[in-house]
Design a protein around this ligand. Structure first.
Ligand SMILES: Cc1ncc(COP(=O)(O)O)c(C=O)c1O
Length: 374
């Protein structure tokens, strides 16, 4: 049987990984400035992570949500304390798309409306409502196109208000820093205006923090820079450091009822252990401060290169914009210098999404490679 061929693959076969490095079957070392798409937060195979997950699976790895799970309860409290999102409630699932799917569905249950507002170049996942809210016609199947979604230019509050005025919009979903789209971020005035309009029109305001959450930007959530209080916050990627886990934080004004949401695997014992270990390590190793410090160094180094037209993003969710497509440059950096980087929908942007444990010296290796290739 063959694999369903949907991924264009690089010819690299990682067999083990440690902190910011990945090793192939010939033991060639690759510097990971991509984090498997912003997933690796506390570093590959962190000893505390390996130890806690191994210990947990030897006790109990999984039981369904039909029984008490004190690990989930403890995690909910820890997340609220850590993020500062006071009194929010936690619902756990297994991926970013699932987090957004649940967020959109919950919004619609809450205010009984059905239409979604999303933004140009946004990406929210590949499931039903999440993909319909994603600005990429190529990945929306006719089945998904039945969802009513309006895609609006980022920054256009007037268009948002015009759409909300029809009183049928259940949710506005936004990435405060766009990931796949290419690191665009609007102003605090825009995001606060968006939140105010949502409140005015009884529409849920959803912050998609699947990529930008869990300390990646130097704040725990990217929206915190703008002083927002979203109704629902979706999370995944860095949350489990590679363990498949997602979740939503739900504002206390949204009430639960039995059966409203549900999942077999979400919030299992192993997932809870992975996430609580991630939080422990972020705190102990001060990884959000590290994200800010290394980011400042990255910015300084980027300014040395006249070919860089724009540095985008913040913390360790960064992009370098050139005035040419970066596909070949990225390939050369991988195969000639053994450094993984990411791409974006914007073909001129190279994306940098390393583990939050990265050091300035690793950034220097990247700029040496970039300089040589440019
Ligand atoms: C902002 C954002 N939301 C949602 C998703 C979907 O997450 P997943 O691939 O885990 O379903 C992604 C994935 O790249 C993302 O970047």
């Amino acid at each position: 049987m063959s694999l369903f061929d949907v991924y264009p693959l690089f010819d690299v076969t990682p067999v083990r990984a440690q902190d910011v490095y990945v090793y192939d079957h010939d033991d060639v070392e690759y510097l990971d400035l991509y984090g498997g798409h912003a997933v690796i937060s506390i570093g590959h195979s962190h000893p505390e992570y390996v130890n806690n997950i191994s210990e947990q699976v030897s006790k109990i790895g999984f039981y369904s949500n039909a029984v008490q799970n004190p690990l989930q309860e403890a995690l909910a409290q820890r997340l609220v304390d850590f993020s500062g999102c006071k009194d929010y409630q936690l619902f756990m699932c297994n991926s970013g798309a699932e987090a957004n799917e649940n967020a959109l569905k919950l919004a619609s249950f809450h205010n009984r409306k059905h239409k979604v507002i999303a933004f140009k170049n946004g990406f929210h996942g590949r499931t039903s409502a999440a993909v319909a809210a994603t600005d990429n016609a190529k990945i929306i199947a006719p089945l998904n196109a039945q969802q009513e979604v309006e895609i609006i230019e980022l920054g256009d509050l007037e268009a948002v208000e015009k759409a909300l005025d029809k009183n049928n919009v259940c949710a506005v979903i936004v990435e405060c820093i766009q990931g796949v789209g290419g690191l665009d971020e609007d102003t605090t005035v825009f995001y606060q205006g968006l939140q105010a309009l949502c409140r005015q029109y009884n529409t849920s305001f959803i912050a998609d923090e699947v990529q930008s959450g869990f300390g990646r930007t130097g704040n725990f959530f990217a929206f915190q820079k703008h002083g927002l209080e979203p109704d629902i916050i979706s999370m995944a990627k860095g949350m489990g450091n590679g363990f498949p886990v997602g979740g939503i934080l739900i504002h206390p004004q949204i009430k639960a009822s039995y059966g409203l949401l549900g999942t077999t695997f979400g919030g299992n014992h192993l997932a809870c252990t992975a996430v609580s270990t991630v939080l422990n390590v972020i705190e102990k190793e001060q990884l959000m401060d590290n994200a800010k410090a290394v980011s400042a160094h990255f910015l300084k180094r980027a300014q040395e290169l006249p070919q860089v037209k724009n540095v985008k993003g913040r913390g360790l969710m960064l992009g370098l914009e050139f005035d040419f497509p970066i596909a070949t440059l990225r390939k050369n950096i991988l195969f000639n210098h053994h450094i993984f980087t990411g791409s974006a929908k914007n073909p001129n942007v190279i994306r940098i999404l390393p583990p939050l444990t990265i050091k300035e010296s690793h950034i220097d290796l990247f700029f040496d490679a970039l300089k040589a290739e440019l």
